[in-house]
Write a protein of this length. Structure first.
Length: 272
DNA sequence: AGTGCGACCCGAACGC
DNA sequence: TGCGTTCGGGTCGCAC
């Protein structure tokens, strides 16, 4: 499941392969995937070219001359590059063909991913981009920023870490890992966190995301990033999907609970 | 405004 | 073996 590190990896990989090639055709096989008007989507892409790829939170931002193509991979979205004469595979929902007959194909088993084509001036006013909070690694992401954001949140801290408007880019895997790093119980009420605890969360997010990006993300379940790049961060996971296994700090058993409906893994001894 | 929860999806894992 | 059921996971939209 792509989180910030996976998206960063996809961005970096695609940048080496698809920039500055004229788009000659666009095919959409699952129309609900496109949030903007489908005909406008095709018309505006054809004839243009990608000149850069950026990322904001878990959103990929493909820059064209006049537009941005926004793409969210949700759980299982992947991009593949294939020759245009290769047969369409199951779950390939959007195909962008470049003039050298290379296809950028969007593959999504569960059809959860979304794309949106917007004009350049719209970017900062587009809701999904505007609402993103600070990213791990941003100097402005400090303990006091976080504590202020948590002040009126009665939800468990685990749920709040998944809120993209506070820290942008954390998903279920890294939220579990960050709380283990910070030695904080996932059920602890967000508003009750001390400045010191907020500091440990910020530090954990910075350290873990940096390391995950360096390793190309986490490959887990059905997710492998595009183009044969395989994430190796799963070897670094300490608690996620480790229920019944021993805590690397104290040797007590990792447990699995539900928080806000989401699987949550933690060490009850280290994270009291 | 903050919170809770179903819907969106489909394949894998599970139960019988 | 084979069938039906449950689960997962990010985000949105709706109800409270």
């Amino acid at each position: 499941m792509p989180e910030i590190a996976e998206v960063e990896t996809v961005k970096n990989t695609l940048k080496k392969q698809i920039l500055n090639k004229r788009i000659k055709d666009v095919k959409v096989y699952y129309e609900k995937m496109i949030e903007s008007n489908i005909n406008t989507f095709k018309r505006d892409l054809i004839g243009d070219e990608f000149i850069d790829i950026k990322r904001r939170g878990k959103w990929l931002i493909f820059e064209l001359h006049n537009h941005y193509l926004l793409s969210h991979l949700r759980m299982e979205g992947k991009f593949f590059l294939k020759n245009t004469n290769e047969e369409l595979a199951k779950h390939e929902h959007v195909v962008i063909t470049f003039e050298d007959n290379l296809d950028l194909r969007y593959h999504d088993t569960r059809k959860f991913g979304r794309m949106n084509l917007i004009s350049k001036e719209e970017l900062e006013n587009t809701e999904c981009i505007k609402k993103q909070g600070l990213e791990p690694g941003d100097k402005a992401l400090t303990a006091s920023y976080l504590q202020k954001k948590l002040k009126n949140k009665s939800l468990p801290i685990k749920s709040v870490l998944l809120d993209q408007s506070i820290i942008s880019g954390l998903g279920n895997i890294y939220a579990n890992e960050v709380l283990f790093y910070a030695l904080i119980n996932p059920l602890k009420k967000a508003s009750s966190l001390t400045l010191e605890e907020c500091n440990r969360i910020v530090e954990g997010a910075n350290v873990i995301i940096k390391e995950a990006i360096k390793m190309g993300g986490t490959t887990i379940k059905s997710y492998t990033s595009s183009l044969g790049v395989t994430g190796r961060f799963q070897t670094k996971l300490k608690v996620h999907k480790k229920e019944g296994q021993l805590c690397p700090h104290c040797n007590n058993k990792i447990v699995k609970i539900k928080v806000g409906g989401r699987s949550t893994y933690y060490c009850p001894n280290c994270q009291k």
